[in-house]
Design a protein around this ligand. Structure first.
Ligand SMILES: Nc1ncnc2c1ncn2[C@@H]1O[C@H](COP(=O)(O)OP(=O)(O)O)[C@@H](O)[C@H]1O
Ligand SMILES: [Mg+2]
Length: 457
């Protein structure tokens, strides 16, 4: 079971000791304090889940702890202990914001209920955080657009492995949908009620990342004032999504290898082993095999995480997805912006399908968002797309059609110049090589404005 961090505050040493003993025997991490001052010290240095405090302490009432706790975010649950029959104290406690109160003498069943409540609150907290960061996202596989066979195959694989316990490695260029797929995997697994915790490994420097993932003990490094639970502990019972895994430092790679091997972590600066039940999904936009070759990524770790690799094709590799995604985003943004835009003009769609999409789906999403805002009628025209994209795709597919005769001028010119060159400038010889009459060649030289100097004789 997931251990909680508990602080017991009581001035009776016997009560204190027996409560700490009880919590420890239940597998939790328990601290003790005999006075308000001591309690404040612990609250300030440990990341707590539950504070169980006697109302009356030698140096004041424990109501004072509320201020300390409310300042912390997310704060621990505060439960007060009152003597038998002192209902006034209890009422006062609840009015002051205590989550609950219990009357002494405490029985084990009651204590377990307190623990259970604190645990549920903590789960809600982590879930809320996860939900917030993913606000408005819908996680079903059928919300993922997949029209192209290449992408359909990816989704089939993902659906097949959603429920598996094994580690999944998502690879693909930036913006291909790795994060989206990771979320869908979690929400369609039997862990969907557990937390989904996302960590952008590239966003933090080495030492911070390690403590972010594995937590740390107080004082383990400069700035680590408080004991802190890491993302792995937070993800207990759910899924952890480690994005940009290629950037992980050697020591983090070692820690990862361990947690994958035996499901255990150690907080930075700590010696205790903590068991976590977490499904791991990783993502990278780099070629990990090459990172291994270059000595930047541990080979053993690579083999451990490359169990269920899923490669998201770049958008340019799945052209049939482009119109489907474009329309999907048109609908989504039109709804959001309360706009009448319903579709794209055929020429605009041609531009989109011809473009090479270095930023993949994310780039397409932005282009459509902008298009919906710029569109004047009920569809996005070519002029509503960014000039960059239109220029880039100024290829056969989208170029203005010119009269055939004009279009043929350039290749004709090239061949004639070649023949003249081969014939050393001799027009008769060149005409012969080209299989046309001398007069036809003369006409063409005039029409194509070919420098007379090139043609002698
Ligand atoms: N197949 C898809 N269907 C619908 N939306 C998609 C699809 N692929 C990507 N997206 C959207 O494109 C954006 C970029 O995807 P994301 O998962 O963040 O890419 P990555 O993590 O690979 O950089 C997100 O807003 C995501 O919701
Ligand atoms: Mg991502």
């Amino acid at each position: 079971m997931d251990p909680l961090m508990i602080l017991v505050v009581d001035d009776e040493p016997l009560v204190l000791r027996s409560l700490i003993c009880f919590f420890k025997s239940e597998g939790h991490d328990a601290h003790g304090a005999g006075t308000l001052a001591e309690a404040v010290e612990v609250i300030e240095s440990v990341d707590l889940d539950l504070v169980l405090a006697d109302v009356n302490l030698p140096d004041g009432t424990s109501f004072k702890l509320f201020e300390k706790i409310q300042g912390a975010s997310p704060g621990p649950e505060l439960v007060l202990m009152t003597g038998y029959g002192t209902i006034d104290d209890a009422v006062q406690a609840i009015k002051n914001g205590a989550a609950d109160y219990v009357t002494k003498p405490l029985v084990d069943g009651e204590l377990r209920m307190v623990i259970e409540k604190a645990r549920r609150r903590r789960e809600l907290r982590t879930e809320n955080a996860a939900l917030q960061s993913a606000a408005c996202e819908e996680f079903d596989f059928n919300k993922i657009v997949a029209n192209d066979p290449a992408m359909k195959e990816v989704l089939e694989t993902a659906q097949a492995v959603a429920d598996a316990q094994s580690t999944v490695l998502l690879t693909g260029e930036s913006g291909t949908g790795k994060t989206l797929l990771a979320r869908a995997l979690h929400h369609n697994s039997n862990r969907c009620d557990g937390p989904f915790v996302e960590v952008a490994c590239g966003a933090l420097d080495d030492s911070l990342l390690e403590s972010e993932l594995f937590g740390h003990e107080a004082g383990s490094f400069t700035g680590a004032y408080k004991k802190r639970r890491g993302k792995f502990e937070e993800a207990h019972g759910g899924t952890i999504f480690l994005d940009e895994i290629a950037t992980a430092s050697p020591s983090m790679q070692a820690g990862l290898l361990r947690v994958i091997d035996d499901g255990c972590i150690e907080r930075v600066g700590g010696t205790d082993t903590i068991r976590v039940d977490v499904r791991i999904i990783l993502a990278t936009n780099r070629d990990l095999a090459r990172e291994v070759e270059a000595g930047r990524f541990r080979e053993d770790l690579y083999y451990r995480i490359n169990v269920l690799p899923i490669r998201l094709p770049a958008l340019r590799e799945r052209p049939d997805d482009i119109p489907a995604l474009a329309r999907h985003f048109v609908r989504a943004f039109a709804r959001q912006a309360n706009s009448d835009v319903q579709d794209l003009a055929p020429e605009a769609m041609n531009v989109l399908t011809a473009y090479h999409w270095p930023g993949n789906v994310r780039e397409l999403e932005h282009i459509i968002e902008r298009g919906v805002l710029l569109a004047e009628g009920d569809r996005i025209e070519m002029s509503d797309l960014s000039a960059e994209i239109v220029e880039e795709t100024d290829s056969d597919r989208t170029a203005k059609v010119v009269p055939l005769k004009k279009a043929m001028e350039e290749p004709e010119r090239r061949v004639i110049l070649q023949a003249l060159d081969r014939a050393g400038g001799n027009r008769d010889r060149a005409a012969e090589l080209l299989g046309i009459s001398r007069s036809t060649l003369f006409n063409k030289l005039g029409r194509l404005n070919i420098n007379k100097a090139k043609a002698r004789g």
